[in-house]
Design a protein around this ligand. Structure first.
Ligand code: T3D
Length: 269
């Protein structure tokens, strides 16, 4: 049977691919459960220092599989609040808190929860032909999967509201110009550019990246004073990592650093 989410160990990083191309990689509950299980495993795997999330076929992800939302044969439609609690919310939390960078390679349309799944990534690169659609209003729903949190912070309140109320697609270049994503690249360059990016991230100070994620997570709601305290504490932890010592040694030796990504207390490899 074809897996609805595939995983490839690429040596130091992993590629996770949503794989229901005939449905533009729409998410049903088994797919969400598998995606969650894979990402939990990668979060724990010290050998995996970065994750690339992408979609098979012409879409990145069309959000919730709407076929499951329709009541049928006496069976009720999807319990929306329930699937948020069981799947979508844990998924967003996991991507934002896993101690390594998650790069989203948006290969095609990203709609509804699929758009906001992409925006949950640490770095988002999209093919120039890809579009982002807050499609929810078209079916009488509100942006979820973190949309009402990420969008205003990324593009500002005015654009966040218009995108949500009008449910119009935004092209990758516009999304990059607005700061919704990191970069738009030519379609035929997406795979190569995102692999190069993830390979680069996987050779960098992984523990520092994990600590950066914790700092950015708190900056959204902190005062400057509180955030300075967060930085003090997390910098103390970063300063105790082997990669900090290696970075200093490399700087003074005028050579490239050889970061291992090991935690402060990890035994040498
Ligand atoms: O608690 C909760 O709320 C649950 C979580 C919700 C989060 C959400 O994601 S709600 C929003 C759900 N998503 C949408 O509303 C998007 C629906 N899809 C579209 O608007 C369009 O398909 C796209 C704009 C994404 C792409 O349009 P286009 O013209 O390029 O492709 P298409 O022909 O519409 O779609 C291709 C096939 O994929 C088609 O099937 P067919 O006719 O070839 O057999 C279409 O039905 C299917 N498909 C696309 N999106 C979904 C889908 N099937 C199931 N669920 C989908 N979301």
């Amino acid at each position: 049977m074809t897996e609805t989410v595939t995983i490839e160990d690429c040596g130091g990083w992993s590629r996770v691919t949503l794989n229901r191309p005939e449905r533009l990689n729409a998410l049903n509950e088994p797919t969400l459960e598998r995606l969650l299980a894979i990402l939990h495993r990668l979060a724990e795997d010290e050998g995996c220092r970065a994750v690339l999330l992408t979609g098979a076929g012409r879409g990145f992800c069309a959000g919730q599989d709407l076929a499951d939302c329709v009541p049928q044969d006496g069976r009720p439609g999807l319990d929306l609040a329930g699937i948020m609690e069981r799947c979508y919310n844990p998924l967003v939390r996991l991507i934002r808190t896993m101690p390594k960078p998650v790069v989203c390679a948006v290969n095609g349309v990203a709609a509804g929860g699929g758009a906001n799944l992409a925006l949950a990534g640490d770095i988002v690169v999209a093919a120039r032909s890809a579009t982002f659609v807050q499609a929810f209003a078209k079916i009488g729903l509100i942006p979820d999967v973190g949309g009402t949190y990420f969008l205003p912070r990324l593009v500002g309140d005015a654009r966040a509201r218009a995108l949500s109320f009008l449910a119009e697609p935004v092209g990758a270049e516009q999304a990059a110009a607005w700061g919704m994503i990191w970069r738009a690249v030519d379609d035929d360059r997406l795979a190569a550019e995102t692999v190069a990016l993830v390979e680069r991230l996987a050779s960098q100070p992984t523990q520092a990246f994990a600590l950066m994620k914790r700092a950015f997570a708190q900056s959204a709601t902190n005062t400057l004073d509180a955030q300075l305290e967060v930085e003090r504490s997390l910098q103390g932890a970063a300063g105790a990592t082997p990669d900090h010592a290696e970075g200093l040694a490399a700087f003074f030796a005028k050579r490239a650093p050889n970061f291992t990504g090991r935690a402060a207390s990890s035994p040498a490899a």
